[in-house]
Design a protein around this ligand. Structure first.
Ligand SMILES: Nc1nc2c(ncn2[C@@H]2O[C@H](COP(=O)(O)OP(=O)(O)OP(=O)(O)O)[C@@H](O)[C@H]2O)c(=O)[nH]1
Ligand SMILES: [Mg+2]
Ligand SMILES: [Zn+2]
Length: 355
């Protein structure tokens, strides 16, 4: 398989030509990670590589989707050495579950971030907001996929409800059981690009992966009927290739989703609040009980759901906590984080009118 089929883009080639390891190393893409072994796919074939421990000299801890420079493969059974992880064009990042303030990269070099969600009794806006925040703070095109449409008799109303909240993001109702929406979703994906499927356990990520691949590559499992929760069938991330739909990264469902360093992603996801806030009399309005607050006014008029402000506030609070904890850990990291939020709020608001 050629590099371009693996998702290698032309702009990487010139960088690689002048890379210090150009003559001694081989380019490969990490298509699977399980504990400390990675599957690496290169033009020469598919190989295994040991993932060095976290404290090693490697510039980044490799994840699925990464391009890396490896030692030259000797034979099919020998393990490659990962020498360097190349700069990522995008990454899906969250705060590692648990107490430590550390980042976990879930997938990298992704072109499409497909968020899968399904309508149970109440629509879970909070999870959708969080997944979109992770996607929108990166150079990744978002797609929302409402799964198991066959089980939602009002699926077209659900789609419209979600579409009106996110007017610029493609929203598709799909069912792997009836085939509804599969074709129109597939039409967005391209043969040489990479999509990551994100969503709670049991939402149907692996089933949709299999449907698009036309194979049973990933195992799937029915959801516990009592609480409707999945069982975490997929336990490690893996990337699959379809000649039509390109690379699909199927990841395990995440229980805790706290986006990492995601100020810009929050601004993009909660654009409605950002626009209203421009009319608040105070520049640093917290939208609580300040007089004349345009956000609170919109809530009173029923133009903005109160839960949206609640989710927004929670995300902002988490980001502040991350910033504070990180600046305690390393004095310079705060500066780095601020710089990472590259697009200004003004630019984000302006971009709304591009569509
Ligand atoms: N009725 C119906 N069931 C579906 C559909 N898609 C998936 N399912 C079922 O939902 C269950 C869970 O699907 P999976 O694909 O394993 O879910 P997952 O998101 O990969 O879950 P994790 O790997 O645990 O993160 C399986 O029993 C599927 O058969 C659908 O469109 N309609
Ligand atoms: Mg799965
Ligand atoms: Zn306000």
């Amino acid at each position: 398989m050629e590099k371009s089929e693996l998702g290698w883009k032309a702009d990487r080639e010139s960088q690689w030509q002048s890379h210090k390891l150009h003559s001694s190393g081989v380019i490969g893409r990490i298509i699977g990670c399980n504990r400390n072994v990675a599957q690496v796919r290169s033009e020469a074939g598919c190989f295994q590589a040991h993932i060095p421990s976290l404290g090693s000299q490697l510039n980044a801890y490799p994840v699925v989707g990464d391009w890396c420079v490896t030692s030259k493969p000797e034979d099919e059974n020998s393990y490659l050495r990962i020498i360097e992880v190349l700069n990522r064009s995008s990454q899906i990042r969250r705060k590692k579950a648990g107490r430590a303030t550390e980042v976990q990269v879930i997938a990298s070099n992704v072109d499409f971030g497909v968020v899968l969600t399904t309508r149970t009794e109440e629509f879970n806006w909070n999870r959708l907001d969080r997944y979109l925040t992770m996607i929108l703070c990166e150079n990744i095109r978002p797609i929302i996929c409402l799964t198991k449409a066959d089980l939602d008799p009002d699926n077209s109303a659900t789609r419209e409800m979600v579409q009106s909240r996110f007017p610029t993001i493609p929203v598709h109702s799909v069912s792997t059981a009836t085939g509804q929406g599969i074709e129109s979703l597939g039409a967005l994906l391209t043969a040489t690009e990479t999509s990551v499927f994100l969503g709670s356990s049991g939402v149907g990520k692996s089933t949709l992966t299999n449907t698009l691949l036309g194979t049973e590559s990933q195992s799937t499992q029915s959801v516990r009927s009592i609480d409707g929760k999945g069982r975490h069938t997929t336990s490690s991330s893996q990337m699959f290739h379809s000649p039509t739909f390109g690379w699909i990264i199927d990841v395990p469902g995440l229980r805790e989703i706290e986006p990492w360093n995601a100020h810009q992603g929050i601004d993009e996801t909660f654009l409605d609040i950002l626009i209203l806030a421009q009319q608040c009399p105070f520049r640093n309005c917290q939208h609580e009980d300040e007089s004349g607050c345009a956000v609170q006014h919109a809530i009173k008029l029923g133009q903005l759901p109160a839960r949206m402000l609640k989710n927004y506030r929670r995300l902002i609070r988490e980001q502040r906590e991350q910033d504070e904890r990180e600046s305690q850990q390393t004095p310079y990291s705060k500066k780095k984080r601020d710089k990472a939020a590259s697009k200004s709020q003004r630019q984000i608001i302006k971009s709304k009118y591009r569509y």
